[in-house]
Design a protein. Structure first.
Length: 400
């Protein structure tokens, strides 16, 4: 891997901009000055853990400086190669109403630049000083991404598509500026988020807030999963089970309609080392056999459910997946979190524990202007999946 930094002067606001190919080459003091504990997924320990575990991907780090050479913002990008192996062709064709030929999807082989994190939901692509307006920030981020495209082109490693992901509703108005930069706006599947009521101090409080039907369902899950031994994994425990963790994780990724990339157990181990107790890692055993695991990251007032691995042969009988969801709730309550974010997919099941759908958007742009224009009508067909929303709590919970 090329590990060096280039300094460029962007035309936007006459900023000096430093591009690095490795987090180890970044001026860590300047990076920390901007991040300042505001985003765990942009913290240097986390970024080192991801980079060191995923050698098959490229990473780009950008620091922006004002005319006095004070850092004012940072940007983080991942460059991932995508082929048809990462795509459920049939599912994508159906999702787009048959408008995109299956032969075209099967021929996909390209490099994608993701401004953000393929392995964490939310706004993890850039961060600026609070006094920098959002439009200014987007201007310089867009210019920096264009510069990365040029750098990669000179290296003979062209990038086909840029994705800028992914934004919460409070950012929709400001982030729509990216459409002026030629990006297509895409409504992706919702992120399921459970808001923990102020009166819930224990898991029992949470169960009591449910209506009788869903409280009975929850108790059935807890009963079915009684045979499981649930263990909090520390670093040595993860180290001893890397092969099993990889196998369980692969069963989940292999069932997905689409995957931007694939993590591995070594990377999860790296993250555990980096974040310590802020990275929850639970193992689920049946008769001394590891049949599942779950991870979640704690920051601010959030518990962010990340990754699971699961042997589906045991899931229905022992309600393993649903037990994982309830264990997220238990842990969130124990650390005083306000929100449990449990991501996309399995929306109906997640709504059964009280999570509500939050709309999210990301932005995409093909480097070829003609292709970019042709793809816009296809991209506009991508809409969030439909599902039946369950409401497990008593009526008064929803009327507040």
């Amino acid at each position: 891997m090329i590990t060096h930094c280039n300094t460029q002067r962007l035309e936007v606001k006459n900023l000096e901009t430093v591009f690095c190919d490795s987090i180890n080459d970044v001026n860590q003091k300047d990076w920390d000055t901007i991040v300042d504990n505001r985003n765990t997924y942009l913290s240097i320990p986390y970024l080192k853990a991801i980079e060191s575990g995923l050698g098959q991907y490229d990473f780009r780090y950008v620091i922006f400086y004002d005319t006095l050479r004070n850092p004012i913002g940072v940007t983080y990008c991942q460059i991932i190669s995508i082929t048809s192996n990462e795509i459920n062709t049939k599912a994508l064709v159906q999702r787009m109403g048959g408008m995109l030929p299956k032969s075209l999807i099967n021929s996909i082989d390209m490099r994608i630049l993701i401004c953000g994190n393929a392995f964490a939901s939310g706004e993890n692509g850039f961060l600026f000083n609070p006094d920098i307006f959002s439009k200014q920030a987007l201007e310089v981020v867009s210019s920096a991404i264009d510069e990365i495209h040029q750098i990669e082109k000179k290296r003979g490693k062209k990038i086909a598509v840029t994705l800028i992901k992914e934004f919460w509703p409070e950012s929709f108005d400001s982030i729509s500026f990216l459409k002026e930069k030629g990006c297509s706006e895409i409504d992706i599947d919702v992120n399921m988020v459970l808001t923990l009521h102020d009166s819930w101090n224990t898991f029992e409080d949470y169960l009591k807030a449910m209506n009788s039907k869903f409280r009975t369902k929850a108790k059935q899950v807890l009963k079915k999963s009684e045979a499981l031994e649930i263990v909090d994994f520390d670093v040595p425990t993860i180290e001893a089970r890397l092969e099993q963790i990889d196998a369980l994780y692969s069963t989940i990724v292999d069932r997905a309609n689409f995957s931007f990339g694939r993590l591995n157990a070594q990377t999860l181990l790296n993250v555990k080392r980096a974040l310590g107790e802020d990275f929850l890692f639970k193992g689920y055993y049946l008769k001394s056999e590891l049949i599942g695991f779950s991870t979640a990251t704690a920051f601010d007032d959030v518990l962010d459910g990340n990754f699971i691995g699961l042997d589906y042969d045991y899931n229905q009988e022992y309600a393993v997946y649903q037990r994982m969801l309830y264990d997220f709730v238990k842990h969130a309550l124990s650390i005083g979190a306000k929100y449990v974010k449990i991501g996309r997919t399995a929306e109906e099941i997640k709504s059964g524990i009280g999570a509500l759908p939050i709309n999210m958007k990301f932005y995409a742009k093909h480097r070829n202007k003609v292709t970019n224009a042709l793809l816009k009508p296809f991209v506009s067909k991508l809409k969030p999946s439909d599902f039946n929303l369950r409401k497990p709590f008593k009526v008064e919970y929803y009327s507040e």
